[in-house]
Design a protein around this ligand. Sequence first.
Ligand code: GTP
Ligand code: MG
Length: 361
Amino acid sequence: MGFNCGIIGLPNVGKSTIFNALSGAGAQMANYPFCTIDPNKGIVPVPDSRLVKIAEILKKNGPIPTRIEFIDVAGLVKGASRGEGLGNKFLGHIRNVDAIVHIVRCFEDPDVVHVTGGIDPTGDIEIINTELILADMDVLERAKEKIEKLSRSGDKDAARRVEIISKMLEHLNGGGLLKNLMGRDGYADIAGEFGLITTKPVLYLANIGEGAVPEALLKKISGYAAADGSEFMFIAGKLEEEISELDHDEKKEYLDAMGLKESGLERLINSAYRLLDLVTYYTAATELQAWTVKSGTTAARAAGKIHTDFEKGFIRAEVFEYDVLVKCGSEHAVREKGFMKSEGRDYLIKDGDIVRYLFNV
Ligand SMILES: Nc1nc2c(ncn2[C@@H]2O[C@H](COP(=O)(O)OP(=O)(O)OP(=O)(O)O)[C@@H](O)[C@H]2O)c(=O)[nH]1
Ligand SMILES: [Mg+2]
């Protein structure tokens, strides 16, 4: 698996529509709030033209793309933490995701009810963020109570954890998202342990209608995203959902007509890669396969993600670059021209690397 994204937002903003557009998973979508109750999950192969090209050059059949998982949950409303709407328990389904895709309604349609009355992207965002903050506070307050008992019995580690949790609670209380504290020592461990949602990187995704692009609304959201270090993009959700069934060429024609070079899925993947600082690299043993790792991952760690034995028994990695392979035209030529590098366990995997691991088991 490459990485996974939880899709959140107010009810009826087009979460399931966009989920379907991205994943083709055929989740139920309907013109009433709280259509989604149980979460929808979809795993999507990441479109990758380099993988296709490498397969061609290395003559590998059935290359395996890296994959991204989407989880579409119910809509949140103001007061969800107190049980309004469907409450907030369903957020449990997205506590372990790598990133949050926050859908914001920008399409006008008098037939589709807007739960807060009208189009107000930043107001909507704040309602959702407040609910996420309250959900994290709830988790942390309960955790703090438990750990405080340990801390009183003289447990040093517990005392340190209570200190961090208190700082987090203070920050949330002031209306801040925890993602801005994540660089600090010990914070990420606690975030992971309790699946805190506001620690996760966010991509604000504006769902626009089929008509003219609502520039002013988009500017508001992109400004908001930039101010809190988040990514931003927009998608004509319904339209992309409708064309998601078309074949590649027809889809491209539609997108061209809309002035878009790439599909919503491709743009979202690019944004997520930037947001999460990810790279794609390839292994070409018996099978050719694409993998997603965080930039700065060492060869030994990356190997360990494929199989724990690969990390333990790591000897070295043979590495060559995608661009070099394309220029040389064959792996043989890459070797002959001296572009095949032999790297040790601490080598940092780069985007577009093609790697062959040598290991002892
Ligand atoms: N006109 C228009 N309607 C849209 C667009 N996107 C979604 N809709 C409609 O809005 C309604 C709600 O869409 P859903 O995808 O079910 O919304 P949701 O956010 O998943 O809603 P809940 O699961 O109830 O929280 C459906 O009738 C969609 O067809 C859009 O871009 N334009
Ligand atoms: Mg839905």
